[in-house]
Structures are given as structure tokens and as C-alpha cells.
Ligand binder design. Sequence first.
Ligand code: GDP
Length: 197
Amino acid sequence: MNLNNARFETTAVKPEQYPQSNLPEIAFAGRSNVGKSSMINFLLNRKNLAYVGATPGKTREINFFNIDDKLYFVDLPGYGYAKVPKEKSLSWDETINTYLNVRAQLKLIIMLVDIRHTPTKDDILMHEWLAGGNRPYIVAAAKSDKVTRSQIKQRLAEIRQVLKIPDNIPVIPFSSENKLGKEELWRAINSVLEMQA
Ligand code: GDP
């Protein structure tokens, strides 16, 4: 797979706007501003393929990135930004829910949480959905450069406990800033791609 051949393909809200393709998809879910766009750029060694912005709640649509015509990275709208009007945040949730429920070629969900914070109610709801469903998922603890090495273990344990993450689900610390966790994330992605080959 040639990671240099990664490109933004399309934006969608409704299923009829999703790419007409059967390529496997890896989706990124998390609260607004948790670092999803940065993670996508980090995994692809790009600076600004996915838009990193200072305004939380900026992305209301699903963004599809085509990776060398082999798979898609799917950047889901950020959830749980308190300052958006209620109707809007609901419609984002509907966009996320619909995608997660209908998209057959979705192979893995990477749920991002911020390593510094106790998971929020939205994180708990998101994880309950994942744990209750049959889609493979992993959890990634973003912004690990913001805590000390010795705090990482403790923060991961708290995240696991609050979200009630089963033991067989990895929680991977990563940092787009410090280039931490990339190999482990790619291993998780490649393992679901190989499984379906
Ligand atoms: P998104 O809304 O989830 O797509 O989040 P973004 O990728 O746009 O990032 C939100 C903010 O967090 C930006 O200001 C980023 O520069 C910052 N950020 C993202 N990842 C990291 C990280 O690993 N470490 C640190 N320190 N900051 C990060």
C-alpha cells in the first residue's frame, strides 16, 4: 500500500452520498477536538490532508479519505461539543449512528479519547454502542505527550475502568505531536484488513 497516494475523496451526511465502493473502511470517532484529524494526518505522514482546526465542532459531515484505492479512512463528525445548538448536535449524532449502523464495509472503528480527561458521558455512550455491537473496535488515548510517561499507565487504567472496556480490546496511547503509537495503530488496522482478505 502506497501511503503517499492518499487523498480526500468526498464528504457525506447520508448513505447515498457515501463512496460507491466496496473497499474496506476504518472509521475514526471521538469528541470534537480530541485529535481525529491530527491522527489521520499522523498515520499517513501528512501535514494537512485532514483539516486540523481550532474551532471545535467544525466538522459536521463524514469525510472519506481514499488510501491508494485499497481502503478508506473515514473521519466521523466530532460529538459532544456543548456549545452547538441542540438540534445540530442531534443531527450529527444521527449522521454517526446511521453510518455505523448501515455501512457493511466498515472493518474497524478507532475510538479516540483524550488521555488527560476522564471520559465524558458522550464517550461512555459511544463506547456502550461499540461494546454492544459486533463491529471490531479499539480505543486510542490521544495527546499522550500532555502527560508524563509514568502517568500514561494510570490514565489508561482509568479510561478502561470508566468506559468498562473489555480486557481483549486494546487501549493504545498515542501522540500526533510526539509520534507515539503509530506502529501499534497500523498493526491494528492491518490485522482487520488481513482478516478479511
Ligand atoms: P478533531 O476535531 O478531533 O479532528 O481534532 P484536531 O485534529 O483538529 O485537533 C484538535 C486540537 O488538538 C488541535 O489544536 C491540534 O493541534 C491538537 N492536537 C491534536 N493531536 C494532538 C496531540 O497528539 N498532542 C497535542 N499536544 N495536541 C494535539
